[in-house]
Design a protein around this ligand. Structure first.
Ligand SMILES: Cc1cc2nc3c(=O)[nH]c(=O)nc-3n(C[C@H](O)[C@H](O)[C@H](O)COP(=O)(O)O)c2cc1C
Length: 225
């Protein structure tokens, strides 16, 4: 089923190994979205050499003491955001669907991706300033989904499992990063323990990822404000 010609997906991928299962997942997601009519934009943070650390050097005329969010607001207002941050932010703003693709590291996302959120989800650009929070934020009306892998098996991520509930682990990303800036957050697409999969099961898992993204593409966009 083809979606409207205007639909764009931005896949932000964070894995240091192009031959990893995570990287294969992100390719599978891009294929499925492309086949469903999406224009797919892929931002591979390791391949791009993305610098994840937000610091004062990004704001050459920062006031003292350095207040990162105040400087982000000022840079948005004055059009002086760092050029790479500004171009990534533009890519976020045009995408109808954001896919964050990563392996679970320490029950969270790799630092390179957290640092992408730190630097690109700028105050004044996606929330705050002329925008509010949650359904008043700039990305309201758009969808976001996590695409991840784990080391542990699915049983370990049940609420009575060894690690605890996956929903609990993802809350800080779902609520604290994505819903916070307005996204409608979809159920995560997860492959548990790909390192333990036989070759055939690995191929089946990638097919499952393709099916999940075909279904996502077929769902209507949420209504914007
Ligand atoms: C720094 C680091 C931290 C990790 N933390 C976790 C973790 O908290 N929970 C988990 O299940 N696996 C964890 N793992 C294992 C990875 O999630 C797993 O190897 C990866 O998702 C498998 O996908 P890949 O083959 O694409 O890398 C960690 C791996 C690394 C390198």
């Amino acid at each position: 089923m083809l979606t409207s010609a205007a639909s764009t997906a931005l896949i932000v991928h964070a894995h240091p190994e192009p031959d990893s299962f995570s990287s294969a997942q992100s390719v599978a997601a891009a294929q499925a979205l492309g086949e469903a009519g999406y224009t797919v934009d892929v931002l591979d943070l390791y391949a791009e050499g993305w610098a994840p650390v937000l610091d004062r050097h990004e704001f050459p005329s920062a006031e003292q003491p350095f207040k990162p969010q105040a400087e982000q607001m000022r840079a948005v207002k004055n059009g002086t955001l760092d050029a790479t941050v500004a171009s990534h932010l533009d890519r976020v703003l045009v995408a109808d669907l954001l896919v964050l693709s990563f392996p679970m590291w320490w029950f969270s996302m790799p630092a390179v991706l957290k640092g992408w959120v730190d630097r690109v989800f700028v105050m004044g650009g996606v929330f705050g300033g002329d925008h509010g929070l949650f359904d008043q934020a700039a990305l309201h009306g758009k969808r976001a989904v996590l695409l991840l892998t784990t080391g542990g098996p699915s049983e370990s991520f049940q609420s009575d499992g060894a690690f605890g509930s996956m929903t609990d682990f993802l809350f800080h990303i779902h609520r604290g990063m994505l819903e916070f800036v307005g996204y409608d957050v979809l159920d995560p697409v997860i492959t548990y323990g790909p390192a333990h999969l036989a070759q055939r099961d690995r191929a089946n898992a990638l097919d499952a990822v393709r099916e999940s993204f075909a279904l996502i593409a077929a769902e209507p966009q949420p209504a914007a404000r």
